[in-house]
Design a protein around this ligand. Structure first.
Ligand code: ASP
Length: 450
């Protein structure tokens, strides 16, 4: 069979499986041998990193174009208040449920008490440097975090991939564009539509490389991974995976059923390409193009809503990260013998929700913020060193929860907006035949259908 006849997401899944297998084989057969380190550092890691960067380089223009077109496509700026309000309430509520679930699980299972003090000391020593380099970049939760959402210079925000600020600018830009006379706005809207089409084309081309990139990314993780750490931190790892599974399979399915009006099984079947991409890249931002395509094509979310909700969700809605914050902060508090009162645990949950909003959608994006939370409840922030060795695997898992959570938000918005008697959500790109992109490759999970 020619590989081209296998759907792309199946090829990515195959690459994921083969890459993991190859990495595990190299790890167990050759371990620390010089050639395996060379192979990983000079071939696999750069290939994986280049693939991630190719996706990430599209994120700023994609988010800008999607949000501006999303806002202008809402028909009337007053709709923005309603849709934006519902979106934010959904993000905060689902992240709060996730953070609370994490905290309840730690209290039930008390994973910190099972960690051998010798293992604790060894891990702190091994990962100390990595932890202190992360601490230097910790942003903090003060009022600054709020102020920084408003960029002083949108180009600087884009250059730093400061996505909350980029989103803010795109929202304001979209609103202003919707408020000026239609004939003045039309040329710019057409340009931004073309920008969106170009970015989608780039992503389509990049995704053809996805099987190689994914193979390399997973190979690096499995060949370098400290598998013995998994056993030492076993209870913690199992707890995180249990929390993520419960939230994903139970909470998100219930949300899809009752708020999204969709059968959960259908939802999960149609979301496969997103799950695989999120797992392989550990990045909500790198998964965004696939999320938008799947929402429009598979979940039948109107393009205007998908283009509005999903870029916001990739940055501001991280249910998996919220579960992770709750479990990790309480686990490390237990390990360091810091007794947290119920009130302090509620504060951790709230900071978990803020982390879900503020963390960058990149691998390990939430770790600097977790260090700030640790410090704020009296746990040494360098304590994060204890879990750094297993973080990548847990990052892959929590990113799946993060992006599928975003999809549930899109399905909810689509259901609630289309069941209103109110506006119809046209995509300006559909009205304008000139902007229709060429026929998408049938198997490509990122190609948009207008
Ligand atoms: N890697 C996660 C994401 O991109 C963020 C994190 O929790 O570190 O969604």
């Amino acid at each position: 069979m020619k590989t081209a006849s296998i759907p792309l997401h199946t090829r990515i899944l195959l690459a994921l499986f083969l890459g993991a297998l190859a990495g595990l084989a190299v790890h167990s057969l050759a371990g620390e041998a010089q050639w395996t380190i060379w192979l990983t550092d000079n071939i696999a890691a750069p290939v994986g990193e280049i693939f991630l960067r190719l996706l990430l380089m599209t994120v700023v223009p994609l988010v800008f174009a999607s949000i501006v077109l999303g806002v202008t496509g809402l028909g009337d700026v007053r709709n923005l208040g309603r849709v934006g309000g519902k979106t934010l309430v959904y993000f905060v509520a689902s992240s709060a449920i996730a953070a609370a679930l994490g905290i309840i699980l730690v209290n039930l299972m008390d994973p910190g008490s099972s960690l051998d003090p010798l293992v604790r000391a060894a891990l702190l020593e091994d990962f100390r440097d990595q932890a202190s380099s992360m601490q230097a970049g910790s942003p903090g939760f003060g009022v600054d975090m709020l102020v920084n959402i408003v960029p002083r210079n949108p180009v600087e925000a884009a250059a730093n991939m400061d996505m909350l600020a980029v989103i803010f600018f795109a929202l304001v830009f979209g609103v202003a564009l919707a408020l000026i006379p239609r004939e003045r706005a039309a040329p710019l809207i057409a340009v931004i539509e073309s920008l969106g089409d170009v970015v989608i084309k780039i992503i389509e081309m990049v995704m053809r490389l996805a099987p190689y990139g994914v193979f390399a990314l997973i190979f690096v993780v499995t060949s370098r991974f400290g598998w013995s750490l998994l056993a030492q931190l076993g209870v913690y790892v199992v707890l995180v995976l249990l929390g993520l599974t419960l939230h994903t399979v139970v909470t998100l399915s219930l949300l899809v059923k009752f708020f999204g009006g969709m059968k959960p099984l259908d939802f999960w079947r149609r979301s496969r390409a997103v799950i695989v991409t999120a797992f392989a890249t550990s990045s909500s931002s790198a998964t965004l193009p696939t999320s938008i395509a799947v929402a429009e094509r598979e979940l039948k979310v109107p393009p205007t809503l998908a283009g509005f909700v999903l870029p916001l969700g990739a940055t501001m809605n991280m249910n998996g990260t919220a579960v992770y914050v709750g479990i990790t902060v309480l686990f490390l508090a237990q390990v360091f013998g810091v007794d947290l009162t119920l009130g302090q645990q509620v504060v951790v949950a709230m900071l978990g929700v803020i982390t879900a909003i503020g963390a960058a959608g990149v691998p390990g994006g939430s770790l600097p913020l977790i260090m700030v939370i640790l410090a704020s409840v009296g746990v040494p922030p360098e304590g994060i060193a204890i879990i750094l060795g297993v973080d990548r695997i847990l990052d892959m898992a929590r990113t799946v929860t993060n992006v599928t959570g975003d999809l549930t938000a899109a399905v909810f918005l689509a259901h609630s907006e289309t069941s209103r008697a109110g506006p119809t959500f046209e995509n300006p790109a559909v009205e304008n035949p000139a902007s229709e992109s060429p026929a998408p490759a049938a198997d490509n999970p990122v190609s948009r259908q207008g």
